[in-house]
Design a protein around this ligand. Structure first.
Ligand code: FES
Length: 201
């Protein structure tokens, strides 16, 4: 028997390149898949949240919020409160707090107004001496019941739905009441002030 002859082709004479261990190659492939998955997740979560957000109805952003004991508000007085937006994120900081004016009309009747002017959204201020809400931006003025008194606002202040349960006042909030989400007109909950408007003594 003859010994095996060396290959005549020089390429065949080269010693074969050392093979990369299969387990190492698999590890790098898995690591690459994992890293790609993490990046896809980081990019995808906000997109999915955005798409799901658009699918929610307006009412999904509304929730009954406890704004204090009924007895904390005095008859005929208007009080500035701050409630925490239930749909805020922890990193929203101080912007989670939303101011509103609570007016106790009678023992069981409350009117709660958004502070935003119905003209261009500047925060209005309540002046107890004159019993008026005044807007510092363009001079819009509202009566104590939130109806428009004068200036550029086309309507009264936006109002929140209210209810009383177990001695506590709740407002339906989470989204600012505006014209775009069918905010209730003040005229629907109280007679429009003017010469015969609500002016508590
Ligand atoms: S924003 Fe209030 S009057 Fe213009």
């Amino acid at each position: 028997m003859h010994d095996k002859l060396p290959p005549t082709n020089p390429r065949q004479q080269q010693s074969p390149a050392p093979k990369e261990p299969a387990s190492r190659r698999m590890f790098l492939i898995k690591l690459g898949v994992l890293l790609n998955g993490i990046v896809a997740l980081i990019i995808g979560i906000p997109i999915v949240r955005y798409l799901l957000g658009a699918a929610r109805s307006d009412n999904d952003y509304l929730k009954w919020i406890d704004v204090g004991n009924v007895d904390d508000f005095k008859d005929g007085e208007t009080t500035l409160i701050n409630y925490v937006n239930p749909f805020a994120d922890p990193w929203d900081g101080e912007t989670r707090k939303i101011p509103a004016y609570v007016r106790r009309v009678s023992a069981t009747d409350f009117a709660v107004f958004a502070v935003n002017c119905a003209h261009l959204n500047c925060p209005v201020r309540w002046f107890a001496e004159s019993q008026l809400f005044m807007c510092p931006c363009h001079g819009g003025i509202y009566y104590a019941d939130g109806s428009r008194a004068s200036g550029p606002p086309p309507r009264g202040l936006f109002t929140y739905e209210t209810k009383i349960e177990d001695g506590k006042l709740f407002i339906k909030a989470g989204e600012m009441p505006t014209l775009s989400n069918q905010a209730q007109l003040i005229q629907e909950i109280a007679p429009c002030a003017g010469t015969d408007g609500f002016m508590p003594g």
